[in-house]
Unconditional design. Structure first.
Length: 181
């Protein structure tokens, strides 16, 4: 977790350095993930991902979710809970992480989703360089992470709906295999 008094720019830079990332990920043509043991996975750094990743990184700073598999599942669920709006890369890339969390850390994933429902995220406002000049406490306040509201049945229903929707391709594949055999 980053100190409330830290500047977002410094916290973001510490977050990137601690996780082996850099701001070049905001502009590079390719992204390489090295978290799969000896296997490196690379994919194109699309314009949609470039637009989302700098916001996603600030979400990590504000929420304190880590870059472990479970931490990425939590940030994915938090972002889904608050809506990724028109950041299509965020919807797509978060979907797999959210699904992972549903299977391997369901309680933490649920809590993160509900936290996202109760707060706001930066996908609604987009990038602004002035975000980096805020304190971490001011960023958390802007996102509503400094206050709480009761969980509603709408929040629980939204979680159930996303959980079912993310499982739909698996269910369809199982049914197709059963039908073929």
């Amino acid at each position: 977790m980053y100190a409330d008094t830290a500047r977002v720019r410094d916290a973001r830079d510490n977050y990137l350095a601690a996780n082996g990332f850099s701001t070049s990920g905001y502009t590079d043509r390719w992204v390489t993930l090295k978290k799969l043991g000896p296997i490196s996975l690379g994919f194109p750094n699309t314009a949609s991902r470039k637009r989302a990743i700098r916001l996603h990184d600030l979400h990590h700073v504000a929420t304190g979710y880590t870059t472990t598999f479970v931490g990425e599942a939590q940030i994915a669920a938090w972002e889904y809970g608050g809506s990724c709006t028109d950041h299509w890369a965020a919807w797509l890339l978060n979907g797999g992480a959210f699904l992972y969390g549903l299977w391997f850390a369901p309680r933490r994933t649920y809590r993160a989703f509900i936290s996202g429902r109760k707060s706001r995220n930066l996908y609604h406002t987009g990038w602004d360089d002035s975000l980096l000049d805020l304190t971490v406490a001011a960023l958390r306040a802007r996102l509503g992470l400094d206050r709480d509201r009761p969980t509603t049945w709408h929040d629980r229903l939204a979680f159930a709906g996303w959980a079912l929707l993310l499982h739909a391709p698996t269910v369809v594949a199982i049914l197709a295999l059963w039908w073929v055999t």
